[in-house]
Design a protein around this ligand. Sequence first.
Ligand SMILES: Cc1cc2nc3c(=O)[nH]c(=O)nc-3n(C[C@H](O)[C@H](O)[C@H](O)COP(=O)(O)OP(=O)(O)OC[C@H]3O[C@@H](n4cnc5c(N)ncnc54)[C@H](O)[C@@H]3O)c2cc1C
Length: 193
Amino acid sequence: MYAVAVIGGGVSGLSCALTLADGAKRFDFAKGKKFLVVDSGSSDALKAVLNNVPGVKRGTTGEEYLSFLRAQVEEFEDVNLVEGEVCEVVKEGERFKVILSDGREFEAELVVFATGFHSFPVKTELVEVVPHPKSPRPGKIALKPKAEGVFVCGNAAGEITMVATAAGSGVSVACDILSRWVGKVVVPHDSIG
Ligand SMILES: Cc1cc2nc3c(=O)[nH]c(=O)nc-3n(C[C@H](O)[C@H](O)[C@H](O)COP(=O)(O)OP(=O)(O)OC[C@H]3O[C@@H](n4cnc5c(N)ncnc54)[C@H](O)[C@@H]3O)c2cc1C
C-alpha cells in the first residue's frame, strides 16, 4: 500500500513526489513510506521552450526540464513511477483504489490529482470539476477536492499555467501532507554547516 498516489507525472506531480520522497528520507515520522506516480505522458511542458523559468537556463526545452525532474525523482527508491492512464479512483474505507485503463490497480492512503487543466476523464466522486479560473484559453478545467485525504496541485488546482507555479503547487501540497503526518508545520530544508 502506498502512502500517497500522485495521479499525473508532469511538472506539479513530479515536484510533489520529489518533496514527499525527500521528506521520507529525512523525517522519522515519514520513514518507510512509499509513493506512486502514474503518468500518461502528455505534460504540457513537452511542448514548451523555457525562456523564463526561475533558475532554469534560457532555451531549455520543457522535455529536457521534465527529464531532469524525473531523474531527480528516480533517485529515490521509495517512489514508483508508472506509465499508464488512471481511469477510476474510488475511496474504500480509509484507503483509495487507483485503477488504470489496462486493469492494474494500486492502493494508497492519500491521493493527489496533478492531471493538468485540459480534461478530466477519470471516473471518481472525489473531486468536483469546475471551470479553470485563470486559463488564457476557454474550456479548461480545475478540480476541487470533495473528500478527506484528496489533494490537487498544478494547473488542475487552478494555478496560472507556468512551470514555476506548477512546481511550487506540487511542493506546497507535499509539505501539507508531511505536516499532516506529524501534526505541525514542517519544511524539508538543508543548511550549510
Ligand atoms: C506550448 C506551451 C509552452 C509553454 N511555455 C512555458 C514557458 O515558457 N514558461 C512556463 O513557465 N510555462 C510554460 N508552459 C506551461 C507549463 O508547461 C505548464 O504550466 C505545466 O506543465 C503545468 O504543470 P502541471 O503539472 O499542472 O500539468 P502537466 O505538466 O501538463 O502534467 C499533467 C500530467 O498529468 C498526466 N495525466 C493527465 N491525466 C492523467 C490520467 N488520467 N492518468 C495518468 N496521468 C494523467 C498527463 O499525461 C501529464 O503528464 C507552456 C505550456 C505550453 C503548452
